[in-house]
Design a protein around this ligand. Structure first.
Ligand code: GDP
Ligand code: MG
Length: 597
C-alpha cells in the first residue's frame, strides 16, 4: 500500500467519554463490521473470548474510506485507557500521525484528557478535537467546544460534534481524518524498522505482535531480529486486522498490522522494541525502549496453603501476557508461602488478583500494598526495599528515598480548598494552578506515590462530590523521614503487618492496627499484649485479656469421651490457626486485619 493513502490515528479520551462506542460506529460506517454482526455477533463473541482469557480484541483495525474517488486505508490504533499503562499509551501514540481528542459534551475536559493530550503533543501528533455524546440533553457543546479550542489553541468552530450513540457526525469525522492527518513518511529501501506497540499472548497462536512499519518492509518467512535483545525469529505470519486477522504478503512503510513468530511469552516481543531484518539489520532502533517498572508491591498468599503450586502456575501463565508483572516466592510467618508481586499500580494489582481468583479459581489474600524504597546505609551501601518487613532497622540507616509523582487534578473551582487540604495532608507540594474556564481549575501537585496509591482517589472523589478527576505520572524520588512500624504479638513481630510510614503518621498506624487486632484475635489462656513499635521503641499498645477457664475445666472429672470429643474439635479448629510465638491466631483475623475498611 502506498503511504500516501494511509492514515494512522488513535482516539484519546478520559475514561467513559465514549472511545469504544465511537470506535464501533466507525467500524460500522466504514463497512468493516456489518450492523447485524455488530450487535448479534461481533461484540458478543469478543466477550466470550475475553471470558476465556484469549484476546482477539483488535489492537489496530484497518478501515477503508473513500474521499473524492480515492480509496484510503485508515488504521485506528487502540490505546490502553488507564494511568497504570502510560508507557504503553505513549508507544501506541508513537505509531500514529494523528489523534482524535474525544471529550464528553456533558462533562468537559478531565484529567486524563489533559494527560493524553500532552502525550500526543510530545509525539507531534496532529490533533482533531471532537465533542462526543451531543445527543445527551445535558450536553453543552458551545461551552465545551470553547474550552477545548482554548486548550489546543484553535477555533471553536473546528471542534467536531459527534454522537457515538446515534452515529451523527461520524462520516464527517472520517473525512476530517483523511483531510488533516498527514500520511506516514519513511524510507522504503532502507533496512526494515518496525515498532512494537502491543503484544498479546493467544493460547492458539502464541504471541501476536502489533507493529507499525517505519522504514523498509516485513514479509512472511523473513528472519527478523528484536533490536533490544538481538533475539531472532522467523516471521510465520504477517497481516492486517479488518476486523479479523487477514494475512498479507507483507507490510511496507507506514503500515500497521500484526505478526506472528511462534514465541510463547510477551517478554520475547516487548512493547517499545524495534523489529528489524536479521540479514540486513538497521543500525539504530526507533526511540527508546523501556522495561516496565513495577511501582507497587504486595504479597499474594493462597488462603489454603495447598494451593501454593497452583498459584505459582497461574502467575506463570498470566506472565505470558503481562510483561509488567513480576513476582518471587516469599514466606510469611503469619500467612505461609506466597509471592511478593510487583505491579504498575493499584489497578494492575486489582486486575491481576481478580484474574487469578476468577480464571484460576484461587482464593487469595494480599498484604497491604507498598511502594519501593531506596535506602542508603551509613556505610554507603544501598538497599532496595520491596517488602516493609525487610526494611533495615537500627541506627545504620542514613537516608530513605521514596518514589514521587506529578499529579494533575481537575475540578470545579468550588472545590479548590478541599483539594488543597487533602493534598497538604498527603505531604503534597503545590506546583501550579490554572483556570481552564472560569469555573474549572487544574491543580498540579508533587506528591509521594505512597500517599496517593491507597485511598487518595476515593477521598478526592468524596471531597468533590465525584467531580474531580486525577492523573499522575512517576517523577523521580525524594528523601523523607520514613520509619518502619512493626506490630508485635506478645513480643513477636508479625511480618505481614509491618509498614513503612512517614514518622508523623507512624503513631496513627500503630493505634489503628493494634486496635483492629485486639478486636479480631480471640482471647488466649494467657494475657497477650499487642504492640506497635519503631525499632525497640513501643508507640502503641493494647491487651487481650486471658480467658479464665480452659475448655477442659467444664468437664473436670467428667466422662472421658466428652473430653476427647472436645479435644478433637479444638484440633480441627487449629488447622486454620497460625502460631505467632505462643499465640494462636485464626487466619481469618489476619485476613480481616489486612482487608481495608
Ligand atoms: P470509553 O471508556 O471511552 O471507551 O467509553 P464507552 O464507549 O465505553 O462509553 C461510556 C458510556 O457512555 C457507555 O455507557 C456508552 O453507552 C455511553 N456513550 C458513549 N457514547 C455515547 C454517546 O454518543 N451518547 C450517549 N448518550 N452515550 C454514549
Ligand atoms: Mg472503552
Amino acid at each position: 500500500t502506498a503511504p500516501e493513502i494511509l492514515r494512522n490515528f488513535c482516539i484519546i479520551a478520559h475514561i467513559d467519554h465514549g472511545k469504544s462506542t465511537l470506535a464501533d460506529r466507525m467500524l460500522q460506517a466504514t463497512g468493516v463490521v456489518q450492523p447485524r454482526d455488530m450487535k448479534a455477533q461481533y461484540l458478543d463473541r469478543m466477550d466470550i473470548e475475553r471470558e476465556r482469557g484469549i484476546t482477539i480484541k483488535s489492537q489496530a483495525v484497518r478501515m477503508p474510506w473513500e474521499v473524492d474517488g480515492t480509496a484510503y486505508a485508515l488504521n485506528m490504533i487502540d490505546t490502553p485507557g488507564h494511568v497504570d499503562f502510560t508507557y504503553e499509551v505513549s508507544r501506541s501514540l508513537a505509531a500514529c500521525e494523528g489523534a482524535l481528542l474525544l471529550v464528553d459534551a456533558a462533562q468537559g475536559i478531565e484529567a486524563q484528557t489533559l494527560a493524553n493530550l500532552y502525550l500526543a503533543m510530545e509525539n507531534d501528533l496532529t490533533i482533531i478535537p471532537v465533542l462526543n455524546k451531543i445527543d445527551l440533553p445535558a450536553a453543552q457543546p458551545e461551552k465545551y467546544a470553547a474550552e477545548l479550542a482554548n486548550l489546543i489553541g484553535g477555533d471553536p468552530e473546528d471542534v467536531l460534534l459527534v454522537s457515538g450513540k446515534t452515529g451523527v457526525g461520524v462520516e464527517a469525522l472520517l473525512d476530517r481524518i483523511v483531510a488533516e492527518i498527514p500520511s506516514p513518511v519513511g524510507v522504503a529501501d532502507a533496512p526494515a524498522r518496525a515498532m512494537i506497540f502491543d503484544s498479546v499472548y493467544d493460547s492458539y497462536r502464541g504471541v501476536v505482535t502489533y507493529v507499525r512499519v517505519v522504514d523498509g518492509a516485513l514479509t512472511p518467512r523473513q528472519r527478523i531480529q528484536m533490536m533490544s535483545t538481538r533475539a531472532s525469529h522467523e516471521l510465520l505470519e504477517i497481516g492486517v486486522i479488518s476486523p479479523e486477522p487477514n494475512p498479507t504478503k507483507g507490510l511496507g512503510v507506514g503500515e500497521v498490522g500484526y505478526l506472528i513468530t511462534g514465541v510463547k511469552d510477551v517478554r520475547q516481543s516487548k512493547v517499545g522494541d524495534t523489529v528489524t531484518d536479521l540479514a540486513k539489520p538497521a543500525t539504530e532502533s526507533l526511540g527508546g525502549y523501556e522495561d516496565p517498572k513495577p511501582m507497587v508491591f504486595s504479597g499474594l498468599y493462597p488462603l489454603d496453603g495447598s494451593d501454593y503450586p497452583d498459584l505459582r502456575d497461574a502467575l506463570d501463565k498470566l506472565k505470558l501476557n503481562d510483561a509488567a508483572l513480576v513476582y518471587e516466592p516469599e514466606t510469611s510467618a503469619a500467612l505461609g508461602f506466597g509471592f511478593r508481586c510487583g505491579f504498575l499500580g493499584l489497578l494492575h494489582l486489582e486486575i491481576t488478583r481478580d484474574r487469578l481468583e476468577r480464571e484460576f479459581n484461587l482464593d487469595l489474600i494480599s498484604t497491604a500494598p507498598n511502594v519501593v524504597y531506596d535506602v542508603t546505609m551509613e556505610d554507603g551501601s544501598e538497599a532496595v526495599v520491596t517488602n516493609p518487613s525487610e526494611f533495615p532497622t537500627g541506627g545504620k540507616v542514613a537516608e530513605v528515598r521514596e518514589p514521587m509523582v506529578a499529579a494533575t487534578i481537575l475540578a470545579p473551582s468550588d472545590y479548590v480548598g478541599a483539594i488543597m487540604e487533602l493534598c497538604q495532608a498527603r505531604r503534597g507540594q503545590l506546583k501550579g494552578m490554572d483556570y481552564l474556564s472560569e469555573d474549572r481549575v487544574e491543580l498540579r501537585y508533587r506528591l509521594p506515590l505512597a500517599e496517593i496509591v491507597f485511598d487518595f482517589f476515593d477521598q478526592l472523589k468524596s471531597k468533590t462530590r465525584g467531580y474531580a478527576s486525577l492523573d499522575w505520572k512517576a517523577e523521580g524520588e525524594e528523601a523523607a523521614d520514613l520509619v518502619k512500624v512493626d506490630i508485635l504479638l506478645q513480643g513477636e513481630q508479625v511480618d505481614a503487618f509491618s509498614a513503612i510510614t512517614h514518622r508523623d503518621k507512624a503513631y496513627a498506624y500503630g493505634v489503628m492496627m493494634t486496635g483492629k487486632l485486639r478486636e479480631l484475635i480471640p482471647r488466649q489462656q494467657f494475657e497477650v499484649p499487642i504492640q506497635a513499635a519503631i525499632g525497640s521503641r513501643i508507640i502503641a499498645r493494647e491487651n487481650i485479656r486471658a480467658i479464665r477457664k480452659d475448655v477442659l475445666a467444664k468437664c473436670y472429672g467428667g466422662d472421658i469421651t466428652r473430653k476427647r470429643k472436645l479435644l478433637e474439635k479444638q484440633k480441627e479448629g487449629k488447622k486454620r490457626m497460625k502460631m505467632v510465638g505462643r499465640v494462636e491466631v485464626p487466619q481469618e483475623a489476619f485476613i480481616a486485619a489486612l482487608s481495608s475498611d
